[in-house]
Write a protein that binds this ligand. Structure first.
Ligand SMILES: Cc1cc2nc3c(=O)[nH]c(=O)nc-3n(C[C@H](O)[C@H](O)[C@H](O)COP(=O)(O)OP(=O)(O)OC[C@H]3O[C@@H](n4cnc5c(N)ncnc54)[C@H](O)[C@@H]3O)c2cc1C
Length: 409
C-alpha cells in the first residue's frame, strides 16, 4: 500500500488538529497537517482543562506537563454579585475515586499547543504545513483530495482520510455541505485580562462564577508568563452597545468596576470581544471526512467545555482511525465516533453550557433565589455534589460515550 493509502490529512493546526497529528503520528501513521496561519497562535482563549480531558492527555506525560506550565485548581465557587455572598464552593476532591485527576488544570490553549508541537518535532512521518489554507475537498471511494492555497498558488494533496479540525468557520464542514445546527447568542462576550490579584484582594479561588440580574461574570486565573499570573474576567455585552463603546478604556473600566468596585482603575493587559454560538454539526462523519473540535461543535465558554470536548474528540477519533488504518478494523468504527461524540456534544455540552448561562443570568427574583438555593443544597450534600461534579468535570459524558458500542450504529 502506498503512503497515500494510509495518509491522514488534517485541516487546522489548533490544539485539536495538532493533537490528532500527534496521536496518529506516534503510531507511525503518515500525517499531513495544513493550517492557514503562518505559525501557532498565542491569543488568550480556552484555559480550563477538566479531569476527563486530563485522563485522555495522561499518555506521554502531557497532562503532567500542562500542570507544570499551568495552575492546578481543585476548587470552584459561585458568588452572588448583588449581595456579594459566596453561595457555594465545590471541591473536586469528592471525585477522588472517579479520576486520577481530582482537579482542573488552568493551562492556556497556546501552551497546550506548544507542548504538542514539541512532541511532534520528533516525528518524521508528520508534516506540518503552516501558511496553507484548505479551500476544497473531493472524495472518492478509496481516498480524499484537498485543494490547498499557499499564497502563491493552489495544489492538490491526497490521503486516505481527512480530519476537519479547522475551527468554527470550518471550510471542510462547508465543502461537505454539513449543516451547523443551532443558534447564535444576541449578546457578544467580552474578555478583560488584568494582573489585579482577585485571590489576595477579594478571596476568590482560581475559578469563580458570578450570578447577576440579567448578567454574569466568569473570573479565572491563568499562570501566563509565570508567577504571579493573570486573571481573566468574561462578561456578556448588551447587543445595543457598539464594539467601540464597549472596548474603549472607559467602557472596560465601567464593566469591571460594575462587578468588582475598586478605588483605582484596573490595569487591563488584554481585551477581546467575540460572538458566541451554540451549534453542533449535523454529522461528524461524511465518507472519508471526519469533523472534530470547533469544526464539529461550538458553545458558550461558561463551564469551559468547548476545547475539552474538542480534545476528547481528537483522542476518540485518533484511536479509531489508527485501528482502521493500521489494523484493518471496520470503517463502521468511525460511525461510532460520530455517534459517541455527537451525542455527548448535544446531550451534555450544549445542554450544560446553556443551563450554566441561564442559571447565572436569571432576572426574576424567584428564579434567582431558587437557582442559588439549589447550588447551596447541592454543595451541602456530598453525594449530590459528586454527581454535579461528575457532569461539570465531563466524566459523566465520557462514561455515556464509553457505554455506546458498534451495535449502536
Ligand atoms: C476569543 C475566543 C475566546 C475563547 N475563550 C474560551 C474559553 O474561555 N473557554 C473555552 O472552553 N473555550 C474558549 N474558546 C473556544 C476555544 O478557543 C475553542 O474551543 C478551541 O480553540 C477549539 O480548538 P480547535 O483546534 O477545534 O479550533 P481552533 O483553535 O479554532 O483552530 C482551528 C485552526 O484551523 C485553522 N484554519 C481555519 N480554517 C482553515 C483552513 N481553511 N485551512 C487550514 N487551516 C484553517 C486556523 O488557523 C486554526 O489554527 C474561545 C474562542 C475564542 C475565539
Amino acid at each position: 500500500m502506498s503512503d497515500d493509502g494510509k495518509r491522514v490529512l488534517i485541516a487546522g493546526g489548533g490544539p485539536v488538529g495538532l493533537l490528532c497529528a500527534w496521536l496518529l503520528g506516534r503510531r507511525g501513521i503518515p500525517v499531513t497537517l495544513f493550517d492557514e496561519n503562518t505559525g501557532p497562535q498565542a491569543d488568550p482563549r480556552a484555559a480550563t482543562t477538566h479531569p476527563a480531558t486530563l485522563e485522555v492527555l495522561a499518555a506521554d506525560g502531557l497532562a503532567a506537563d500542562m500542570a507544570r506550565v499551568g495552575l492546578v485548581a481543585p476548587i470552584f465557587q459561585f458568588w452572588d454579585r448583588p449581595s456579594g455572598e459566596l453561595v457555594a464552593e465545590f471541591d473536586h476532591a469528592v471525585l477522588k475515586h472517579d479520576t486520577r485527576f481530582p482537579h482542573v488544570v488552568q493551562c492556556e490553549q497556546f501552551k497546550t499547543a506548544r507542548l504538542i508541537l514539541e512532541r511532534l518535532r520528533g516525528l518524521a512521518n508528520v508534516e506540518l504545513r503552516f501558511g496553507h489554507t484548505v479551500t476544497g475537498v473531493a472524495q472518492r471511494e478509496d481516498g480524499v483530495t484537498v485543494s490547498v492555497h499557499d499564497g502563491r498558488g493552489t495544489t492538490q494533496h491526497s490521503g486516505a482520510w481527512l480530519v476537519g479540525a479547522d475551527g468554527g468557520r470550518s471550510a471542510v464542514r462547508k465543502e461537505c455541505n454539513i449543516e451547523f445546527e443551532g443558534f447564535t447568542w444576541p449578546e457578544r462576550f467580552i474578555v478583560l485580562t488584568t494582573p489585579y490579584d482577585f485571590e489576595a484582594e477579594r478571596g476568590l479561588c482560581y475559578r469563580s462564577y458570578f450570578a447577576d440580574i440579567g448578567a454574569w461574570c466568569n473570573c479565572f486565573k491563568v499562570s501566563a508568563a509565570g508567577p504571579p499570573g493573570l486573571w481573566r474576567t468574561v462578561y456578556p455585552v448588551d447587543p445595543a452597545q457598539s464594539d467601540d463603546e464597549v472596548m474603549s478604556d472607559d467602557g472596560v473600566q465601567a464593566r469591571i468596576q460594575s462587578f468588582f468596585p475598586a478605588p483605582r482603575p484596573y490595569e487591563i493587559v488584554h481585551r477581546n470581544i467575540y460572538v458566541t454560538h451554540q451549534r453542533v454539526a449535523a454529522r461528524f462523519r461524511k465518507g472519508r471526512v471526519l469533523l472534530a473540535g470547533d469544526a464539529a461543535h461550538v458553545n458558550n465558554p461558561i463551564g469551559g467545555m468547548g476545547l475539552n470536548g474538542g480534545i476528547q474528540d481528537a483522542a476518540n477519533l485518533s484511536d479509531k482511525l489508527a485501528q482502521v488504518v493500521l489494523d484493518g478494523a471496520p470503517e463502521r468504527l468511525l460511525d461510532l465516533y460520530d455517534r459517541q461524540r455527537r451525542t455527548v456534544a448535544v446531550e451534555f455540552v450544549q445542554e450544560q453550557s446553556i443551563a450554566n448561562k441561564k442559571r447565572l443570568e436569571a432576572r426574576e427574583p424567584g428564579a434567582r433565589r431558587r437557582n442559588l438555593d439549589e447550588l447551596r443544597a447541592i454543595a451541602a450534600d456530598p453525594e449530590r455534589a459528586r454527581q454535579f461534579l461528575l457532569r461539570t468535570s465531563m466524566i459523566a459524558s465520557q462514561r455515556r460515550a464509553d457505554s455506546m458500542t458498534l451495535e449502536d450504529v
